[in-house]
Design a protein around this ligand. Structure first.
Ligand SMILES: Cc1ncc(COP(=O)(O)O)c(C=O)c1O
Ligand SMILES: N[C@@H](CCOP(=O)(O)O)C(=O)O
Length: 469
């Protein structure tokens, strides 16, 4: 399997090279040359296997010679051994034929751990094979950062620099990043929004001299390995609820579009997915795009689901590439319009292709908080604000009641105790391994919203230019 850039002007790479490359050198995102497919009997045979066994089968067609089964299988076993639930990603029925897929049983209490626990091991493996170091730069609206820090802390071959928007993540999220004492970890507060942080990360990749000198690598969902690891739980949940013998649908709390894109990939691989519903908070650029046909960036509005306070939805580019029938020139045109005027209008046939697979809905603040309260009252079940956005949309979107509807639960409620308490009067406690989080010492520089200042900081603290130990 080779990986090509959505912008069509970067060299095609093998999996391990795409894993370390992050953003393609033409500014695009890597995608597989083609989507591997599973026939219905192969999908049926996934039933009854553990999470890591299913992962080994789903991921195998995407990787290269660095990850033969003898490497990949134990790596997956070890990655998911850190999850606190024996099923890794269990399903809970909250209404007839409506299920919550709990993705937050990993070490940092968000769905990002599912991919990041694997990505950390994969990168370390390739860097060791090549006797290389890397400087990881990432942007976070709260959860990618802590998951990446947890996955890479203390690793000899990597330094991790995470940019987060100052004052725009929850206190638990911030402390999960800023209280990690390992010397290779740098959690940096940036005086801007998540979109600013993500733009700085992409700009560092597009600054080729800087990128090469520091041996930059990416752990955001610009990294294809993140997407692949997330495809697994769509198969796990779908098969548990009757696929391939019957279709299932998914409702996905969405910001940067990595998670719901993984659902689309699962569908392209043969999982019978009837609908993929994009659920957003008031930062609803994707809902507006599907509704009006115009992708138009407006200002970010802070919400009680801060991880989804995103306007520039990075992975939408991968979907557009597919919807444009992989016409990289056409995609470059849309991305140039976005860079120039903050907006573009996909051609009608691309929009039609997107609407054939996706629905979209949004939940405002009142709806989100009311949903937390209602689910607690009616089901005795506590959900976080991101999950609540999706449950709220799931309840309102047109849907075939015979098709199981799976709502992705992307974070543990204890990551957002203030919002949950405001909604239902109950303050969820952190699990035992984080019980003393609020008392731990923080370490976090604040930098201006300025690329040069951020690059200077990274260059001063990264060890990548030194020879590997
Ligand atoms: C808790 C939570 N829910 C939902 C999302 C949105 O996921 P994505 O960015 O993959 O669309 C995020 C951020 O990625 C998140 O941290
Ligand atoms: N919501 C995310 C934003 C970054 O998304 P990613 O999937 O591209 O890493 C976060 O919590 O940081």
């Amino acid at each position: 399997m080779r990986y090509i850039s959505t912008r069509g002007e970067a060299p095609a790479l093998a999996f391990s090279d795409a894993l370390l490359a992050g953003l393609a050198r033409d500014g695009g995102l890597y995608v597989p040359e083609l989507f591997p497919t599973f026939a219905a009997p192969e999908i049926a045979r996934l039933a009854g296997h553990s999470y890591d066994e299913v992962a080994a089968r789903v991921i195998a067609p995407f990787v290269d010679a660095s990850f033969p089964p003898a490497v990949l299988k134990p790596m997956l076993k070890e990655a998911y051994a850190s999850f606190r639930h024996p099923s890794t990603t269990p399903l809970v029925e909250i209404a007839p034929n409506r299920f919550v897929l709990e993705l937050f049983h990993g070490p940092t209490l968000a769905f990002k751990d599912v991919a990041m626990q694997l990505l950390g091991r994969m990168m370390d493996h390739v860097l060791t094979e090549r006797d290389q170091r890397a400087t990881i730069v990432g942007a976070t609206s709260g959860d990618t950062g802590s998951a990446a820090i947890e996955a890479f802390r203390g690793r000899a071959r990597t330094d991790v620099f995470i940019l987060y928007p100052a004052g725009r993540v929850s206190e638990v999220q911030r402390r999960q990043m800023t209280t990690v004492p390992d010397a290779n970890v740098h959690a940096i507060a940036v005086e801007g929004t998540f979109d600013d942080c993500q733009a700085h990360v992409k700009a560092m990749f597009n600054h080729h001299a800087f990128r090469d000198r520091l041996q930059l690598a990416g752990v955001n969902s610009i990294n294809w390995a993140r997407i692949v690891a997330q495809v697994v739980y769509y198969f796990v949940a779908g098969v548990a609820l009757g696929a391939p013998h019957r279709p299932v649908s998914f409702v996905v709390p969405t910001g940067n579009f990595g998670d719901v894109l993984a659902g689309y990939v699962a569908k392209r691989m043969g999982l019978p997915v009837s609908r993929l519903t994009i659920a957003t908070n008031v930062n609803d650029i994707l809902v507006r795009t599907l509704g009006t046909g115009r992708y138009e960036v407006t200002g970010v509005v802070p919400s009680s689901s801060p991880s989804m306070d995103i306007q520039v939805s990075s992975n939408f580019e991968r979907l557009l590439f597919e919807a444009l029938e992989r016409d990289a020139g056409a995609l470059r045109g849309l991305m140039a319009a976005l860079a120039q005027s903050g907006a573009f209008s996909p051609p009608a046939r691309a929009l039609e292709a997107i609407r054939a697979d996706f629905d979209a809905g949004r939940a405002d603040e009142a709806e989100t908080l009311a949903t937390i309260a209602a689910v607690r009252r009616d089901c005795g079940y506590l959900i976080d604000p991101h999950t609540a956005v999706a449950v709220s949309v799931a309840e309102r979107i047109a849907h075939d009641p015979h098709v199981p509807q799976i709502v992705l639960s992307t974070a543990h409620p204890a990551k957002f105790p203030d919002a949950v308490e405001r909604a239902c009067g109950e303050r969820p406690a952190l699990p035992a391994h984080l019980a003393d989080l609020m008392g731990r010492e923080e370490r976090t520089p604040t930098l201006p919203n300025d690329l040069a200042a951020i690059e200077a900081y990274v260059a001063r603290h990264a060890r990548a230019a030194e020879p590997a130990a």
